[in-house]
Ligand binder design. Sequence first.
Ligand code: AMP
Length: 410
Amino acid sequence: MAKLSVNDLDLQGKRVLTRVDYNVPMAEGDGAMVINDDTRIRATLPTLKVMIEKGAKIILAAHLGRPKGERVDSMSLQPVAEKLSELIGQTVAFCDQCVGDTVTEAVAQLKEGGLLLLENVRYHPEEEANETAFAEQLAANADIYVNDAFGAAHRAHASTVGVPTVVTGRGGQCAAGLLMERELQFLGDELESPDNPFVVILGGAKVSDKIKVIDRLLEKADTIIIGGAMAYTFKLAKGFTVGKSLVEPDKINVAQAALDKASERSVQFLLPTDNLIAEPTEIDGKFAFGDYRVNDCENIPDDMEGVDIGPKSAEAFSEAIKGAKTILWNGPMGIFEDSRFAEGTYNVAKAVCEATATGAISIIGGGDSVKALNKAGLGDQVTFMSTGGGASLEFLEGNELPGVTALNDK
Ligand code: AMP
């Protein structure tokens, strides 16, 4: 059932506690913390603008990093308040607490359409423990709760589950923000009944991280394409050698079961038939890759590591992607962080964008594929990029996300 949306609410003069995902990458520069990538802050602007127009008094709650229940200055959300002020074009007040009298005083100062960002909720151990007393303190100044933090919705924490439970319990409304709604629409509804052909592209490090997604999507997909280190566990299952490639030998049976299911269901299952291989070595006492070359063969030599798909595989994958009406992509085809090994991922990215330009719906399931697309400057040429990492994967596995379940149905 669809969840209540921020668009459905009357917010005039209401105090709206809004959970956002401001877990942005930061680094120290000139003695202060500097935000390296403000994508997650920008992603909340549509929801905030709707709430400002509706005259809400907006109280923002978020976490940053893993302070493990203690105040850690480098994980303060203060720089986010400054960045958000700049992006939204109005002052965003900051409160250096997230519960207690100072918050109550700061909320009392809020005007209609005003914004207040609370300090990192993870400074309190009760947040991750989802303690009711803490959730009640967080909810003390809220008439309404909105959750726009899809990336945190797989965690049953006080700010994602405890607060909506308290607010619902006293008859208040709990709704999804616009970003959350889009995530549920694309990762949920669109993939529930995709237009065919439906092509799923999975890559990245480990089969074990994505096997549940593969298993579920084998029920719906016409083609499954596997790249990245994941592919080598499948290659082992098929009896090929993988040299020094990253593999999970204890997952061979799991890989084989997926291959069998694909064949039973006549799902096309594409693995790389050639690879880019590199020699693992040491430079100045540190791990590095030495010589690298295309390995135009199924077996990888003993002393070499597979680091990307090869050109023949990229072509075969692109051909399959071209014919798709729905595409889901999660995980790079190789170690794309190293520009020498990024071509396979970029070729797949280009094919996904080309298919999108000719009418396919392309959904990028978060994490490193989003990074790769942005790095290639193609981020605006796909239909939807998920802002979640772990949350996206759990949702794609078909799991309920506690932070979504806690919101009211329409
Ligand atoms: P994931 O988070 O599972 O999507 O994995 C992403 C990571 O997988 C990236 O950091 C890639 O560098 C890594 N990766 C992709 N292909 C390979 C490969 N062939 N060998 C080692 N790591 C890889």
